[in-house]
Design a protein around this ligand. Structure first.
Ligand SMILES: [Zn+2]
Length: 269
């Protein structure tokens, strides 16, 4: 049985027996891993309080065959998740990052860039220098891009026609992004949003990797940082952004995520 070492974010810890627990981890090297940690509920031991929700730690585990839990033999705490005192929106956003990783990634499907983005987002949430609303939305967009689900935001997801940022814009959840009026006919699950909603998503979507040829239509008309602050001055825009992302991600996962309803719609938080 090979012994593996990895950097890990703790996504879930469930009691297994009086002394043991089962931990779900998102590791940088192997993706999502589930392992039984024998003796983890004792005060002193090879885990020494490293297995707290959203902690970042170094772990050692024995990799088992499919359908059997791995065995976690060691966990050393590197950083705890410490949301700002009395800031529930920050705590909820952290839980949501964990829920997204749990629900949207598969066991042993490594995404090191996603791991880095998640670790950075948890650190930024703890630091409290960037609004929770922005950190949450930016992380959702990075996750969607890295998992190949970033919605089409500047051209029709069906026919490729450029969609101008004006009037009412149709967003078809099942088609994977904005669609033109011609393609909209007869499509189920289409939301109608304002140009401001799409403009914020465009501005905060991660740019394509530098080794890929950039598509000019992705950047034309994308708003500047200052424009985004003005767009987010409207609570209606922020509420619509939350609703759109919740619906889109629920469609991808197959059910609504538990933490969606607790996420802030206040752009200053
Ligand atoms: Zn179209």
């Amino acid at each position: 049985m090979p012994s593996e070492k990895a950097s890990a974010i703790v996504l879930r810890v469930a009691d297994f027996s009086e002394t043991s627990c089962v931990a779900t981890l998102f590791t940088r090297e192997f993706g999502k891993v589930r392992g039984i940690a024998k003796g983890a509920r004792r005060l002193k031991g090879p885990f020494d309080s490293a297995l707290d929700l959203l902690s970042v730690c170094r772990v050692v585990f024995l990799r088992k065959q499919s359908d059997v839990l791995d065995i976690l033999t060691e966990a050393r705490l590197e950083r705890s998740f410490r949301p700002r005192a009395k800031d529930l929106s920050c705590l909820n956003a952290g839980y949501y990052v964990g829920e997204l990783l749990r629900e949207m990634t598969d066991d042993y499907d490594a995404h090191p860039e996603l791991y880095d983005a998640a670790e950075q987002t948890l650190a930024d949430l703890s630091a409290g220098t960037t609004p929770v609303f922005e950190l949450t939305l930016r992380f959702e967009l990075v996750l969607l891009q890295l998992l190949g689900h970033l919605p089409s935001l500047s051209t029709c997801a069906e026919c490729g026609t450029p969609i101008p940022l004006q009037g009412k814009i149709h967003f078809a959840h099942l088609c994977g992004g904005v669609i033109c009026t011609r393609c909209r006919a007869g499509k189920p699950q289409v939301a109608t949003v304002t140009p401001a909603v799409i403009a914020v998503l465009q501005a905060w979507s991660p740019r394509p990797s530098t080794h890929l040829p950039s598509r000019p239509s992705d950047t034309i008309g994308a708003p500047s940082h200052r424009d985004v602050s003005e767009l987010l001055g409207s609570r209606a825009t922020c509420g619509a952004l939350r609703g759109l992302m919740a619906h889109y991600i629920a469609h991808l996962v197959g059910h609504p995520l538990r933490m969606h309803r607790y996420l802030t719609t206040d752009p200053q938080r």
